[in-house]
Design a protein around this ligand. Sequence first.
Ligand code: 13P
Ligand code: SF4
Length: 354
Amino acid sequence: MPTPAVASSTGFTANTLTDIDLSFSPAVALETAPIYDKLRTVVPAVEWPTLAPTIAAINRLKKQLGAVILAHNYMPPTIFHGVADLRGDSLALARMAADTEAQIIVMCGVHFMAETAKIINMGKTVLIPDPLAGCSLAESITGADVRLLRERYPGVPVVTYVNTSADVKAESDVCCTSANAVEVVESLGVDRVIFLPDEFLGQWVATQTKVELILWKGHCMVHELFTPQELRDLRAVHPGIQILAHPECPPEVLAEADYVGSTSGMIKFVDDERPARVVLITECSMSDNVAISSPQTEFVRPCNLCPHMQRITLPKILRSLQTMTHEVLVDPAVADRARLAVERMLAVGRGAKG
Ligand code: 13P
Ligand code: SF4
């Protein structure tokens, strides 16, 4: 149980860790004013006194514990801009987890992201504020399924999306994310790969490479809901709009988009192109985060929320730091094999642009 060790090494007592004043004092108002300046377009002033004390408490506690908070692009703005130290897509989060010197990593994202951080940091404490934050893609396949595929296609290398469990990564040759999937597939120098588990991402990768992909029928429960008609309607209602879509969407949806890329790829597109009006065909919290840093662009927000990402909340992050829960653990033998696949991806993907 890591709590007492952490508490004593930072000078904390059990009481200072648990008895945190969550009133909106003048000191809290002052301390959080720069954060509210960023959030004012998405958080009404009347709501701030209910959020600021938790944000201030998290920021103080993480500093005192020497913890680092990583947040995926899908986190709500209060987490993304309020308490996160490092932010990004799943590739960036894996790279940041590999590079951080902090001994405690709090992953504000879903379980596979925390597990990936643990696999490359077995000596560190990796926490996830809600252990039930899963992923429909990760749930679509098991390590046993990968072993069966290898029997069916002997000698064909397995490229696995990071949205998978450690068991599945351990059975794979190399991981990828939506930001570097094409580069990873091509890095193997073969004519055919098994690509798991996202069928739609695989179909999109297949349009970008000559390598043949053997696919699995996993889908993201958020992105599979978008329809091409929705995109056509958006274009009709908002003439000139730029439509950016995540490659986890069905192919007929991607065919209607102006740009296809990972969450960070979409952010980069907005930063570089500065379009007057865009719609991000992905989890909808992201639009709020990007809108804060791109005031020149108007964001049309269709709303498909990921119920797993939404499990991560400010009170749960505070609780996570107070109690050092929920610690993510991976069997060391599984982690050793999974790490090879993740590290091969990090080596290949270093030049990926999203
Ligand atoms: P990115 O790798 O683009 O961040 O996507 C992760 C994810 O879960 C998309 O649904
Ligand atoms: Fe998984 Fe889809 Fe949620 Fe991303 S948005 S974490 S792929 S269920």
